[in-house]
Design a protein around this ligand. Structure first.
Ligand code: ZN
Length: 408
């Protein structure tokens, strides 16, 4: 009976949810590593939304960052007190978004001018992580509007810096000792399109950059130069081949059951066609199954670059940007996993399966610190793509599941 009232109340809030999501998308919260000015504007707006909705306990845990105009990266926590304050339910979402990528590929909306088309809200950050952020907020809003008290205290955390390593985001909050060992932690920052996938394991993450230094010259006098672009491409291709060949294992518990090794970003070199580039920079994003040792992978990569240095005479610098060894795989019978399975059964009649993904969410840091955390949401996995969107029904239905986690 209470569940039906809650579901009905959340459905009534749909228009407000869509408006809130669109308001937040309009404030680009891009980290300084990606050329942005951080999350502060969005955090200020969110704080105002929380205050207007009557959230009375709003805490800020800012982290200094001299690279951006506000000088700080904002982390916001708000609470809704439950019958018991032991075993709090945490729903952790992130404020920051990635840049638009190639802007001409945004054919439905502009990245930061959201559009509601059909049943989808388009815009950068609509899915990652706006949908879940808004869903968590309105789950609590519905509980409050009905005058209910959650069974356990609900804490909503809205964090910074998720897209670039979380040192100024969730890692800072964990370092502050805000979480207790038996708290129930949900990170709705990944999932499947039917909402039946609960992520409890993840891969190791390795990001690196390769800078190749040759000698710039006139393109017609290649004998006087050393083409860094050519060597850079050769190194990248050699790495691509070596990594896929050496690390082919599959693990069916993971969504993308193998390790991924992707050359991604490429830095611009010379402006003219007739100049042999003296420098070349390329980046790789690797997500490695936990059965492989990430340090061993890295040493294989170093070997390849050393060989090319010897062979070509170019100088090749390898710079590791992120290296996170996969934490221990979460127990698929942890209290939060079971509670979430039950809520999904009740709200949607779903028999959820439990497994692993490519990783790199806030859950990594919880697991590293020994807190069980699950990643779950209902998404089409359009994060980081052009024409990113959130399906309105997913936002509404996920809010229902969050409300059940709080009240049952
Ligand atoms: Zn995300």
């Amino acid at each position: 009976m209470q569940n039906q009232r809650l579901f009905h109340e959340i459905e009534q809030l749909q228009t407000e949810m869509v408006e809130t999501l669109m308001t937040l998308i309009r404030l680009p919260a891009i980290g300084p590593e990606n050329g942005g000015d951080g999350e502060n504007q969005k955090a200020e707006k969110l704080t105002q939304i929380l205050q207007d909705a009557g959230f009375d306990r709003i805490e800020r845990y800012d982290v200094e960052d001299s690279r951006i105009s506000s000088g700080k990266r904002p982390n916001i926590i708000t609470y809704c007190r439950g019958e018991t304050d032991a075993k709090r339910l945490w729903i952790v979402t992130h404020l920051d978004v990635v840049p638009p990528g190639e802007e001409h590929m945004w054919t439905i909306s502009k990245p930061f001018e959201p559009q509601l088309k059909g049943n989808r809200v388009y815009g950068r950050g609509a899915e990652d992580n706006g949908q879940s952020l808004v869903a968590s907020l309105f789950a609590v809003e519905a509980i409050k509007r009905l005058g209910l008290k959650p069974k356990r205290t609900v804490a909503l955390a809205f964090v910074a810096d998720e897209e670039q390593g979380s040192t100024r985001g969730i890692q800072h909050l964990i370092g502050k000792g805000l979480f207790k060992k038996d708290d129930l932690i949900v990170v709705p920052d990944g999932g499947s399109s039917d909402g039946s996938f609960i992520e409890v394991a993840e891969k190791s993450v390795l990001w690196f950059k390769i800078c190749t230094f040759g000698k710039q010259a006139h393109a017609s006098l290649s004998n006087t130069g050393l083409n860094a672009h050519r060597v850079g491409m050769q190194v990248a291709l050699a790495l691509d081949r070596m990594l896929h060949k050496k690390y082919p294992l599959k693990d069916k518990r993971f969504d993308v059951p193998w390790s991924t090794f992707e050359p991604t970003k490429k830095e611009k070199n010379v402006d003219a066609v007739n100049i042999i580039p003296g420098e070349d920079t390329i980046y790789f994003d690797c997500r490695i199954l936990p059965s492989y040792d990430v340090d061993e992978v890295l040493s294989e990569i170093t070997q390849v670059t050393a060989e090319f240095e010897k062979e070509t005479g170019a100088k090749i610098a390898l710079d590791v940007l992120q290296k996170q060894a996969a934490p221990k795989t979460e127990d698929s019978k942890s209290e939060i996993t079971l509670l979430l399975k039950k809520a999904l059964q009740e709200a949607r009649g779903l028999d959820a399966r439990v497994g692993g993904i490519g990783g790199g969410t806030c859950a990594t840091f919880f697991r590293k610190a020994g807190f069980p955390a699950v990643v779950w949401s209902t998404v089409d996995e359009v994060a980081h793509k052009p024409n990113e969107y959130s399906k309105v029904e997913n936002m509404v239905n996920d809010a229902k599941v969050f409300a059940l986690l709080a009240t049952s």
